[in-house]
Write a protein that binds this ligand. Structure first.
Ligand code: DOR
Length: 421
């Protein structure tokens, strides 16, 4: 049992009653309880994903809340926060309400909508934050787009402070990105593809940190990908500025070399970077400068990805591979199993100030079981997402989520598939 909230890493039983953790300890009396044997495996709080794209409403051919929710629990995520770049954009309470309604009926995972920070994600006019919060939004973000207008960004942060929610920022200066589709460097030159420079991220992390300092808002930097970005966050935290950050499994493990075969599943925003950037992201996650691992699960249809690299949309699937891929940090002894769990569950739950990430009695019985040694082949055709855009498709991975429980109910089992709803 690995529980970052109580700092426990021990062999124990976990007793769940009426959807909550009742007790954790050796040889509990579970008389009358249904027994799930997890011997030899890790039992941990369900993962909480701060960042995914469920595509509903509007792009259900890529994913919907039902398929995304199934893929989430198959990857061990009991809670996911979905970004606002749907169609229509989640910038009004009716859309937030629709997402929550769908989630209640269709998704085995809890779904928290992240509403847009500006109307239509256009970076011009702020959304009505209070109304969106009342409808159930948990944070605001124009993810996928950077708010380029610093005056608008300042007002967004000022208002978010009044309502006390995080602003999640996608930091890529669009004027510096230009047409860039791959990290600017030797690989982009070799492939003849326009480069997206690291400085595009760094200047915006730096700007947003300055504005967070000015306003006192809670800034959360999405998918940090550069050494400079990590360093900006680290220094800001040392100065006591309220900034948190996440990194994706792909930015922790893949470099721009993955694009050498022009595989469009490696095209993401921000792009895969250099080995030095990957090392810096890993170091940042280990030393606590970066709080959480978030998937940026971004499904796209095959016909969209089967285009020239410059034309294909950005994004890759994340839910079902996140555990196996990020376990690389445990295998290389950069993170202990307990610290790895913390970054996938407790830390993201704390950023959202929502329950989760804890096996302390009284908490929701959202639980994941992981076999860290299990080898398996990721067959996207058998995956739960509607899309298949993963650079790990067809590859053998080590470490697998074998069961997921939401409120004490088994919703995924590795041999039986997704069981609910
Ligand atoms: O790779 C990405 N895909 N990055 C983003 O910021 C947006 C996302 C998407 O919506 O496909």
């Amino acid at each position: 049992m690995l529980d970052p909230a109580s700092e426990r890493d021990e062999i124990a039983d976990v007793l769940c009653v009426d959807g909550r953790i009742e007790a954790v300890g050796a040889e509990l009396d579970g008389r009358g309880a249904e027994i799930f044997d997890a011997e030899g495996q890790w039992v941990a709080p369900g993962f909480v994903d701060l960042h995914c794209h469920l595509r509903e409403p509007g792009q259900e051919y890529k994913e919907d809340i039902a398929s995304g929710g199934r893929a989430a629990v198959a990857g061990g995520f009991t809670t996911v926060a979905c970004m606002a770049n749907t169609d229509p954009v989640n910038d009004d309470p009716a859309t937030t309400d629709f997402i929550l309604d769908r989630a209640r009926n269709d998704s085995p995972a809890r779904v928290y909508p992240v509403a847009a920070a500006t109307k239509g994600l256009e970076g011009k006019v702020m959304t009505e934050m209070s109304a969106l919060l009342n409808a159930g939004a948990v944070a605001f973000s124009d993810d996928g787009r950077t708010i380029m207008d610093s005056g608008v960004m300042r007002r967004v942060l000022e208002y978010s402070r009044l309502v006390d929610v995080p602003i999640i920022v996608h930091c890529e200066d669009r004027t510096l990105v230009g047409d860039g589709v791959l990290n600017e460097g030797a690989i982009s030159t070799r492939l003849g593809l326009p480069g997206n420079p690291a400085i595009a991220e760094e200047v915006h992390v730096s700007r947003d940190i300055k504005l967070a300092e000015l306003t006192g808002a809670r800034l959360h930097v999405a998918h940090v990908s550069t050494a400079g970005g990590v360093e900006e966050v680290r220094r800001a935290r040392e100065r006591g500025i309220s900034v948190t950050a996440e990194v994706t499994p792909h930015h922790l493990t893949l470099t721009d070399e993955a694009a050498l075969g022009y595989d469009t599943s490696t095209k993401v925003a921000p792009p895969l970077r250099s080995a030095a950037d990957v090392a810096a992201c890993r170091a940042g996650l280990v030393d606590g400068s970066i709080d959480a691992i978030a998937t940026d699960h971004a499904p796209h249809a095959q016909h969209e990805k089967e285009q020239q690299f410059t034309e294909a949309p950005h994004g890759m699937l994340g839910f079902e591979t996140a555990a196996a891929v990020s376990l690389d940090l445990v295998r290389r002894a950069e993170l202990s199993p307990l610290e790895w769990v913390r970054r996938l569950s407790l830390n993201p739950a704390r950023i959202l100030r929502r329950p989760g990430g804890s096996l302390v009695p009284g908490e929701p019985a959202d639980v994941v079981v992981i076999d860290p040694e299990k080898r398996w082949v990721y067959d996207t055709a058998k995956g739960h997402s509607k899309s298949r855009n993963s650079p790990w498709a067809g590859q053998e991975l080590t470490g697998r989520v074998t069961a997921t429980f939401v409120e004490g109910k088994l919703v995924f089992h590795v041999d039986r598939g997704v069981l609910a709803p």
